[in-house]
Design a binder for this molecule. Sequence first.
Ligand code: SF4
Length: 357
Amino acid sequence: MEIRDNKSLQENLKPFRKALRAWFEHEGRKLPWRQEPSLYKTVVSEFMLQQTQVETVLPYFERWMRRFPDFAALARARESTTVKFWEGLGYYSRARNLHKLAGILTNAGNSPNTAHGWAELPGVGPYTSHAIASLRFNQPVACVDGNVIRVIARLTANKEEFKDTAAACRGLQECAALLLDEASPGSHNEAMMELGATVCSRIAPKCGQCPVGEFCAAKKAGNASRYPRFKPRGFTRSSVNRAFSEHGDAILLQRNSRASRRLGGQWELPVMESLRVPRTEDQLIVKRSRTIGRERIEESIYRVFPTPELMIRVDKACDLRWATKPDLKKLTLSGPHRRWVKEISNLQRGSADPNRP
Ligand code: SF4
């Protein structure tokens, strides 16, 4: 169903927009980037909110604003410092792109004021460029993210099966543009996202409290949870062997390639094969697993002794290093590996591990 098939919505666009805006003005969350809003706060929050929930972002945003209060301060910082402040948020290319973007804007002495201009900057995709242009420059462009997809698909009872979220964003962009309140595009976009995040939730949408329920096709049919519809997709599975090697009080770590979108530049326990050391099953310490996107990865961690050959290899490699406890505090480790290093270090000191295979 397209918007034109939902007569109630199509014929009542003005009341729909008015009801949405009134609800947002009263019920919208008082988030830190909405208090005394600025271009810098909007840009930082939009980068942090890509792929990440508001509750997770809140402490990172506050800490970031204290350390890098504006574009100039961010541009002056080292890239490695900005990545360190991002540790735990994931998708580290966002921190590097934000740092690059701050450098570009600081050098230029001004910023673009259209979605098209913003889309030219590093790390700014269609959604982020629309969010910045509408929120800060009042440009009439609609934002479509995961929350907005849900709202639109339900308002219009859209039966299309999308391949994934990106395809749904593209597929529903035109409908979002029709719904957009061009007189107040920033507030409208924020309200749509807020509605999806707080009322039109993925599981058990609160249709009884919805400010635009009277215009909603899915509510009328009593089947809101059926939308949006996605083609079924499974997880892919993979496995990797990791080395846990100690030399004195230092642990061997390996830096991921900067080209890696999600984990680029982060330190983790080294991949066994890259160390070129033999392994036997009695060296196995633990097996752990993690999920990245739609990939389920099983990681087997083996004890490796620091032989002279290994020490030479580490000396020569630029992606390997021994990290002492103080180093571990300063380096950016992926969340699971920081947890596992701590866990295995405790295990080596004699505490029992109930999950040991
Ligand atoms: Fe979502 Fe229900 Fe509101 Fe429709 S009525 S937009 S399904 S919360």
